[in-house]
Ligand binder design. Structure first.
Ligand SMILES: Nc1ncnc2c1ncn2[C@@H]1O[C@H](COP(=O)(O)OP(=O)(O)OP(=O)(O)O)[C@@H](O)[C@H]1O
Ligand SMILES: [Mg+2]
Length: 393
């Protein structure tokens, strides 16, 4: 696993620890608070019982409610022994003047049912035998808020991290892109002058060579190489600016690349057949020079992948709706499953003299300049690989 992968796993574990820790800690506090409220409710019930015993069950002891336990901040209801008549209540947040007696009774009964679900009601008994009333109690707003707190906190933190991450990666990407574009433009610019002056020299040499056929052939080769250099410089300058897209016949473009490779393959000592199927009429909006570059890169990789010297590279073009697919299939060594996602990473190469730039450049050309997609459609180690380019018409 690359370092960045390990770092991600580590950060993820750390994030889980923080989330887990926060939730556990809050849960712990909520439990402690609940225990305290339970104690207070019990104490309250006990004092009611104590007063009842002292007064032999007579008299009004609601002052306990009004004065002694003013500090209670959770909702509490006292009912009679049949659990139907409300004797007293606190912290229920109802305005009794706004409701009819009937409605109020209904509301209280619902609340009592809710409270009983949370906590068993506490009995107030006379001489520990006759039940005088029940104390029902719920949860204080503090506990309810506390239950939500970690979620609120964590979502704010998550949102913050998300915004931070997006803006940082945006900055990073545009910086990288600036370097890339700047380098390309500078290189094209620097190459331009010597290439055009060499073109002039070659013309001069041609004139001087007269009818010397051997010399003329060498000069022609030189000229071809120069044209190739000029093409490379042209591609570099295109990648440094926003390229124009034009409707082009894809077969024409690919056939040109095939011709180029057919001239070169004999020098590599390999026997590789290049072919193109279907789609002779399919057109798409592309920048010809840059698209050629992509096809060249894919073909070069396919050629490299055919290690035993004999094989096939086939291009096929088809369209579906407004989309065009160009598949480049080879009978090479294939890509290991574990490398399937890495091949597009700049610098990833399994070759002795590879820069690992071909595919990342191609992906960039297809995805950034053509708004298309480039991906490994299928690859079987030992049998071959198919890359797919998806373009809009
Ligand atoms: N058709 C293919 N079959 C098998 N493996 C491939 C194929 N195309 C690419 N790869 C793998 O992906 C890697 C990255 O390819 P990429 O073109 O980006 O770099 P490279 O060819 O190694 O170097 P460069 O293109 O910069 O000279 C290759 O080294 C190779 O391991
Ligand atoms: Mg390559």
């Amino acid at each position: 696993m690359p370092v960045s992968g390990k770092l991600k796993v580590l950060l993820l574990i750390f994030a889980f620890l923080i989330v887990g820790g926060t939730l556990l800690y809050t849960h712990e506090i909520v439990q402690q608070l609940q225990a305290k409220e339970r104690e207070v409710a019990n104490l309250y019930a006990k004092s009611l019982g104590f007063i009842a015993n002292a007064k032999a069950g007579e008299g009004d002891y609601s002052f306990v409610f009004n004065e002694i336990i003013l500090a209670i901040d959770f909702p509490i209801i006292e009912t009679d022994s049949t659990n139907t008549e409300i004797k007293a209540y606190r912290n229920l947040g109802v305005d009794s003047s706004k409701f009819s007696g009937e409605e109020l009774q209904q509301y209280f009964l619902e609340k009592i049912a809710e409270m009983d679900e949370l906590h068993e009601p506490v009995k107030v008994a006379f001489q520990d035998t006759i039940i005088l009333s029940y104390v029902h109690y719920g949860e204080s707003p503090l506990i309810t808020k506390l239950r939500w707190l970690p979620f609120v906190e964590l979502s704010i933190v998550a949102l913050f991290i998300l915004i931070g991450y997006i803006s940082f990666s945006y900055v990073k990407r545009s910086e990288q892109s600036n370097i890339w574009v700047g380098m390309a433009r500078e290189t094209a610019h620097q190459l331009g002058t010597p290439i055009s002056s060499m073109m002039g020299w070659v013309e001069l040499l041609k004139e001087q060579a007269g009818r010397d056929a051997k010399r003329l052939e060498t000069i022609n080769d030189m000229q071809n190489d120069l044209l190739r250099l000029q093409k490379i410089a042209d591609r570099f300058s295109k990648i440094g600016s926003k390229p124009d897209l034009h409707e082009e016949n894809l077969t024409d473009v690919i056939e040109k690349v095939i011709k180029y490779f057919e001239r070169r393959i004999p020098h590599t000592g390999k026997k590789v057949a290049l072919s193109i199927q279907n789609g002779s009429q399919v057109k798409a909006k592309i920048n010809r020079e840059l698209f050629e570059w992509v096809v060249e890169n894919l073909t070069k990789n396919a050629l490299d992948a055919i290690e035993n010297g004999v094989g096939k590279i086939s291009f096929s073009i088809h369209e579906k709706g407004s989309q065009v697919f160009i598949d480049v299939a080879d009978t090479g060594k294939g890509i290991d499953l574990k490398h399937r996602n890495e091949v597009f990473r700049p610098g990833f190469s399994t070759k002795k003299r590879g820069w690992g730039l071909g595919l990342s450049l191609s992906k960039r050309i297809i995805e950034t300049y053509h708004r298309g997609r480039l991906f490994v459609k299928e690859s079987r180690p030992g049998f071959g690989t198919t890359f797919r380019i998806k373009l809009k018409k």
